[in-house]
Design a protein. Structure first.
Length: 692
């Protein structure tokens, strides 16, 4: 009995001893912790405890800054730049940025791939047409999401402001104020940007109604920024440009936009040419003003001179409008020392927005659609192949079928054999038909480039006809940051397709909304899985600006004699001049080539083109060539458009150049399908300033 008791007591003693040691060990920790529980001074009753300091919060994996439009301002339905600045705080990753729209109907999404190293900072720009969503609680137009793989790591709601009646003016002047002092909520919404923050792609200017900048800002801009502004203006934008030094606008991009060739500098104590706009002449109470002038560039519409020197020039730049000032109106001495300064700027902005002298119309639209849809009937299989298939079919369902049924003595197997044989033959026919149909996809593309003499930008209208005898979906891509791609639906079916006719607008159906591309990357946009209907011609029309890398310089005198120089990077073939139903063939014009125009060689009939769009002898090739040749030989279709109204385009009273671009490739590409036929025509309007 005592032995058992001693064995039980020893473990109890050990436990009591261990508990005492643990209690003594916890006493210093209690005393060490006591001062932090209460305020210094004893921690008596009524004293509030001091909160423990929190650990610093971990930064988010990615810092996200989003800028919409210009100063979070844009126009509803216009192409809007969405600038995304990312700073990575964790390990490097690859992912994507998704831009989603809000509003009624289906949510539209476009994305851009990203690759961000550890600690890296990058800037991305997406383009989309945003619209106000009044049903959203935050009045948001959309949201931007950042994904690493499938994990969302950042999100930003887009709530831009939309201008309606007021003009959105973007200014850059090399100094802080810009045009913000003339802002008027009812007339003007002014956003001032440093020159280095101006867009590097032409769609970045799309929300703006007007861009105003001086020579200081122009000199600080990069080549990409200058090119983007020039493309936007010549595409139809409005700009106020000014300078006071010859080096500011002497580069090729500057000369394409400026109203004069900047060669002459003079100091003027008084300016009378501004009185019409400002109400009073400028008196040099705070000093003379530096002015810049020179010979006029072509396209001048309205010129105001100081003496014999043109200082205010309104000119058309292809489809856009430029107001050139041979002095810098951003200068403080004008703002302080001239009472007419504010009225001057208001009327100057109204003058710049006054209109587009040459509205941009789709050239040769109907003929272009006919060329794209000029598809023949599908050729029948070879007669030998049809005969062989008939013999094989008769053998299988004749002697072979009887022999197999005799071998199959059981009733069940004989009943299963016939359906299996029929199914096998059906699958074989479908397989052969699918392979035969995939080999006969027809893809036609006709591009019509429209520009003016002296312009470095052309507007490209690309008409594409895509035919597939099998149900398929195609991936599309366009080499431009923000092209306009429209699906015109089914162009023709059955007998219409064999004749190459285009269906009437009422017959066009099933058009897809392609206003938002699926992916954007490095100035290229892509659409995934654009579906086609069986045995139908899908018509696609694409519009984008094209940089010609130079301009066509054309000089004609009163007798229509002179010179034509191809200063672009585009080779031309079958070129001719047209005016009032008279023609003169120029032939081939390689880049840098200049030819003479003889007044005695104008004729009333156009010579036949040589090898126009020649790509092969197949039936679809010949019909495409014939359609392109008809369009090439019908300048009025290219000049006047579908309406036949020459108003605003010069029409029959202007001189025009028409040529084929044999090496030009339209912007639309179809993944996995090569073009059967490709053609391109160039139409150049010759303004009256080029004809003496």
């Amino acid at each position: 009995m005592s032995l058992k008791t001693s064995r039980c007591v020893r473990p109890l003693r050990f436990l009591v001893l261990a508990g005492a040691v643990a209690a003594l060990a916890s006493v210093p920790a209690v005393f060490a912790q006591a001062p932090s529980q209460t305020a210094p001074g004893g921690g008596g009753a009524g004293e509030e405890p001091v909160r423990r300091s929190r650990k610093p919060e971990k930064p988010p994996p990615v810092n996200l800054v989003v800028r919409v439009g210009h100063d979070n301002t844009t126009r509803e339905g216009h192409i809007t730049p969405v600038q995304v600045d990312l700073a990575n705080n964790e390990e490097g990753f690859t992912g994507r940025i998704e831009l989603r729209s809000f509003g009624p109907g289906a949510v539209r999404v476009t994305d851009m791939p990203i690759d961000l190293p550890k600690g890296g900072q990058k800037q991305y720009t997406l383009f989309a047409r945003l619209n106000r969503d009044d049903t959203n609680a935050q009045l948001a137009s959309g949201e931007l999401l950042v994904f690493s793989g499938r994990r969302m790591i950042a999100r930003e709601v887009l709530t831009p402001s939309y201008v309606t009646d007021a003009a959105l003016v973007l200014s850059a002047s090399g100094e802080g104020a810009g045009l913000q002092f003339v802002a008027d909520d009812e007339k003007f919404k002014v956003v001032h940007r440093p020159a280095e923050q101006l867009p590097t792609q032409w769609p970045g200017y799309e929300p703006a109604d007007l861009v105003a900048l001086n020579g200081t800002a122009w000199s600080a801009m990069s080549d990409d920024q200058k090119r983007a502004l020039r493309i936007w203006v010549e595409r139809g934008g409005k700009a106020i440009l000014c300078g006071e030094r010859t080096a500011e606008w002497s580069d090729p991009e500057g000369r394409a936009l400026a109203g004069v060739v900047p060669t002459e500098i003079a100091s003027e104590p008084r300016l009378d040419c501004v009185a019409e706009l400002g109400g009073t002449a400028y008196e040099g109470r705070t000093g003379s003003i530096l002015t810049l002038s020179g010979p006029l560039n072509t396209g001048a519409i309205d010129v105001r001179r100081e003496g014999n020197r043109p200082l205010i020039v309104v000119r058309s730049a292809v489809h856009g409008r430029v107001v050139w000032l041979g002095f810098d109106p951003f200068r403080e001495n004008l703002r302080v020392g001239w009472d007419g300064y504010f009225p001057f700027w208001e009327r100057l902005i109204e003058l710049a927005r006054g209109g587009t002298e040459v509205p941009e119309l789709p050239p040769g639209a109907e003929e272009g659609r006919q060329a794209a849809a000029s598809l023949p009937k599908l050729p029948a299989p070879p007669l030998l192949a049809v005969g062989v298939f008939g013999v094989v079919y008769a053998v299988i369902f004749g002697p072979l079928n009887i022999w197999v049924l005799r071998r199959l003595r059981r009733t069940v197997k004989s009943w299963l054999f016939m359906p299996a044989l029929a199914l096998g033959m059906t699958l074989l026919v479908l397989f052969v038909g699918q392979r035969w149909g995939n080999a006969r996809i027809v893809l036609n593309s006709l591009s019509v480039l429209s520009t003016s003499a002296g312009g470095r930008t052309a507007s490209e209208y690309n008409y594409v006809g895509l035919f597939s005898p099998t149900n398929r979906s195609f991936d599309l891509a366009v080499d431009d940051a923000a092209p306009e791609l429209a699906d015109q639906g089914v162009a023709a079916t059955g007998a219409e397709m064999s004749a190459g006719a285009v269906a009437e607008a009422s017959d066009v159906g099933g058009a897809l909304d392609l206003s938002w591309p699926t992916h954007q990357e490095d100035g290229t946009v892509r659409w995934d899985a654009v579906a086609l209907q069986l045995f139908s011609v899908r018509l696609l029309e694409q519009r984008r600006p094209r940089d010609l890398g130079g301009s066509l310089e054309i000089r004609l005198d009163g007798r229509l004699a002179g010179t034509v120089k191809n200063g672009t990077q585009v080779p031309l073939r079958n070129a001719y001049l047209y005016r009032r139903r008279r023609y003169q063939m120029l032939g081939e014009l390689q880049p840098g080539t200049q030819v003479q125009v003889d007044a005695d060689k104008w004729v009333k009939e156009l010579e036949a083109a040589k090898d126009l769009a020649g790509t092969g002898a197949a039936l679809e090739n010949r019909r495409f060539q014939e359609s392109v040749a008809r369009l090439w030989s019908s300048p009025e279709s290219l000049i006047l458009g579908e309406s036949g109204d020459p108003a605003g385009r010069g029409g029959r009273n202007e001189a025009w150049l028409v040529a084929e671009c044999p090496d030009y490739r339209g912007g639309l590409e179809v993944d996995g399908v090569s073009f059967n036929n490709r053609g391109a025509l160039l139409v150049v309007r010759i303004p009256r300033g080029y004809v003496d």
